[in-house]
Design a protein around this ligand. Sequence first.
Ligand code: AMP
Length: 188
Amino acid sequence: MKAPGTDTGTDSGTDLGVVAGLLRDVPDFPTPGIRFWDLSALLADGAGLAATTRLLAASAGAGEHAVDVVVGIEARGFLLGAAVAHALGVGVVAVRKQGKLPVVAARRSYELEYGSATLELPADVLRPGERALLVDDVLATGGTAAAASELVEGAGAEVAAISMVLELPALGGRARLGDRPVHTLLAR
Ligand code: AMP
């Protein structure tokens, strides 16, 4: 498996620089001791959003390995996932926090870097055999991506890849994701 930030090709250096320059870290949010990575400025910047979208979409593969659908994880994964899906010409599925969806296919609970949460997959949107690209902003402990992956796989679809903007390697998220291909643009 490739190291974070090395899997986007040699001509993506400019895009990576744009993304890195627009990330912001906030100490002690949402609880003391957590260093929170805020993508607000990146998403608000046209060039930043375009660069991020290109880089995440590039991890989707092509030809017979192309993805059929993007799965965005609440909430920043919705913003990124919709942009990536549009760039790839496929649809987007929103994996949501508990209680938001009217019709639920399945749910998974998991532990976060701070607290715990439950994710839900909407009913009747993923078809068996579809190749899904999971998109979110930050890979921390990997619990969120693991839960979302299990929901996708439980619906009979395949996790073709998991793509995130930022990886926090000290939290060991990759190890929670098993053999699923993981692409991250930057590591901090
Ligand atoms: P995890 O399940 O621990 O990998 O956490 C990933 C999810 O929590 C992502 O949806 C992130 O948005 C959020 N998250 C966890 N830790 C951080 C952090 N230090 N900075 C920003 N977002 C985080």
